[in-house]
Design a protein around this ligand. Sequence first.
Ligand code: AMP
Length: 285
Amino acid sequence: MKVFEKIKAMQEFSRSLRMAGKKIAIVPTMGFLHEGHLSLIDTARKNGADAVVVTIFVNPIQFGPNEDFDKYPRDFERDKALLEEKNVDAIFAPTPSEMYPRPITCKVIESELSRGLCGKSRPTHFAGVTTVVTKLFNAVLPDMAVFGQKDAQQAQVLCRMVEDLNFPIEMIISPIVREADGLARSSRNKYLSPEERANALVLSRSLLEGKKMLEEKGEKPGAVISFMKENIEKSSGRVDYVSIVDAKTLEEVSPDEEKSGRELLIALAVYFGSTRLIDNILVSF
Ligand code: AMP
């Protein structure tokens, strides 16, 4: 397994893989890897990748001024061992100064899907993501990119970017990996106290209940959102948002929308203590 810090060296390696006829997949991450990240590697291979490059970069420009950039968990040696075990071909782990030798003045901005959901409380976040992913694409030169449904809005924003800007890259979205008790795996789960972690189980439980209410019980989106918020607040969660949106356009559905067989997404962001968790579920309504 190769480890690259430099963009040029990464590009040269990718070109040599391409010359050898290999289909290259990129799996972008911020490190502190868990089963959710590792499942993206399996998804890449299932979709025909011959070579997998995992990138590890905690991207400063996607964090707001009062967010957790400095304390975001990092453990490169552990990540490296996990990726060695998964037989990935290369890690691309640039330093901040390799990626941003000077303050960046040229950004990629998606201006529609980025606005709602997490975009409301994190107004500069998605421009940071689209910009860094463009830079990672240009460093790794992949044929395919794999992202997790865990960050559903991010996945849709990036698919729109790839379509709008004609990146010759196949985008693949991989399902959410959960702990045995339902909590969606996340590097940020490490911040939770045992009590907060127990309370956070309300998220996956209420998403499942919300799905059932829409798909089986004939309830309307407005009623489902109220039910879920109430439930989450009873478990000491501080709700940033609970929303029901079109799964592709991310447009909010109306509270009394009638069933029509659309694919919807119930998405939420909730604080437990100072930790902000996101989760979601796809629903046919
Ligand atoms: P992060 O390191 O949090 O930026 O995540 C890197 C990639 O892993 C993103 O595409 C995430 O959506 C994906 N990911 C993170 N957690 C999970 C999970 N529990 N299940 C599936 N994918 C995940």
